[in-house]
Ligand binder design. Sequence first.
Ligand code: CA
Length: 636
Amino acid sequence: MLSVALMACSHSGKQPKLADECIYNPSKTQFCFWSNAAEQMEVLIYDEADSNQPSVISLAKGDNDFWTGSIDGDQAGKFYTVRSFQNGEWAPESPGIFAKAVSINGQRAAIIDMKATNPEGWAQDKRPAMTDPTDIVVYETHLRDFTISPVSGVAHKGKFLALTEEGTIIDHTNLQFRGNWSTGIDHLKELGITHLQILPMFDYGSIDETTLAKNNYNWGYDPVNYNAPEGGYSSDPADPACRIREAKQMVQALHKAGIRVIMDVVYNHTYDVMGCALGRVVPKYFYRLNEDGTFANGSGCGNETASDHEMMRQFMVESVCYWAREYHIDGFRFDLMGIHDQETMRAIRAALDEIDPTILTYGEGWAAMAPAYPYDSLAMKQWTYKMPRVGAFSDDIRNALIGSPFDHERGFASGNAACKDAVMRGLIACPEWSGEPMQHVSYITCHDNYCLRDRIEVSAKEDNWENQVRMNQLAQTAVLVSQGMTFIYGGEELFRTKRGIDNSYQSPDSINTIPWENKVFFNELYEYYRHMIAIRRAHKGFRLGSAEAVQEHVEFLPTENKHLICYHIKNLEGIDSAKSLLVLLNGGAKAIDAEIPEGIYTILAFDGEANEAGMGDYAGKHIFVEPYSATILAEN
Ligand code: CA
């Protein structure tokens, strides 16, 4: 027999949290759901994920439209849904908007003891040290891409646990080479990145978790349960605790390796409206509507959420805080951030600051279509400076270096001299919109659009292979010496190709996988990336950290050649081991004999090679910059 008790809101005097939908204790489980539209609400308790004879708990309406109830006894292992009676009928059941543990495919929420999901040593887990956001190098990957390759050498291919495996090397059983080439988490350590940004790892809907053996692929930008991990990345999606424990193990292992973890969060839309919890609990409230009552569509996916509505804002704030606290997540990348309003982004920033001010926040400062909200109040890139310590991806430096994704034109790094001024703005982090350098995410490629090799191939197809590789290196070099926060799309260091597919969101593994064998075949390119990252991390001059310091120390020396940028970071005594840094970027097909300030220099990069320890000394007033390449000098 179930003993069901009605109770008044247990959070007397304080606004309840959306995150407290289900609070488990061995003696009692409490429920608390928000709805401003329900006339009645019920929680249905099931013994199994797929059983169909629930015990029903009627919820009582308390203050501020929160509905509460509880059930005595130890309910761990059971499942629940919630439903509301509105407009004369019962809405479909849902796991609630803040389910933290879910059944397979996220259909029902699960009652579990969250403390029991903590891996051993979790209480001692610490975020790796971080001083300034411009010090960091973000590496973006999709969990499946990263290790699904048959030669990745990891055991848990495509899973959270893949990133807990140490000492993995390329499996060369069927390959024509030998050697210990590190993969997985060891590769990330060797490459020297500081943050791993993971494509959606919350529970999404496009992969059927009951048929994982079919190896379907999706990026995962279709949220189902925002606050539970995706089952497809776990060893057992039918066990609600498994995905939680394994996601935590992944974070813990990355932290031990000195790498912070950034989640890609997609609060801007849901896969559909009435099929998801937000729509089922309160139809329309969580979404923006057009004047005619239809759903607005700033996401291009059929709807856009309404961060400007009080409870949607609270939902987003609580959700990121939940991931930061429960999973020790170190940063959030907001998909189509331009759909959200600025006030919400500032509220998120303030809430995360209370947990740890080093938790990063940045996003895409644009929308897919015009959102149904005043443009001036949206978190668009143009208004980044109004949201302190919230960053935006710089399509400015991206387009200037390699061309816009909306055409196949060349950029500065592939020979288009008209982009030179825009590259220079990007190198100093576009202060006209960014405010501070850390708010400018310097990048050229990400999961969207062509990967770098493919981009250069379509825009510079008249150029030979050698030049295309040089353009690749030059473009990435500009990112890695820029004053903003730097970001690299995973696999570029291994010269990945997606065979001309510029939207691989559901392409097979063969397109999306990281090609580990390329670490051998294109090792020179890989080594260049690795050394360039080390050069950035060795020289504070490339990451001065404030707009004021950038203005004080950076100058562009005049050049006669339209393909040459001469980026000079000077007066670095007390800041950097070098007195000054000089970066000469040649985006043209001919070598340039460049005039430089007279001095004694260590050469850090020249003609497609780089080394943070230096490649020899140079004294003089001019130096060669080979075609499509960078010469980087540190003044002694
Ligand atoms: Ca899922």
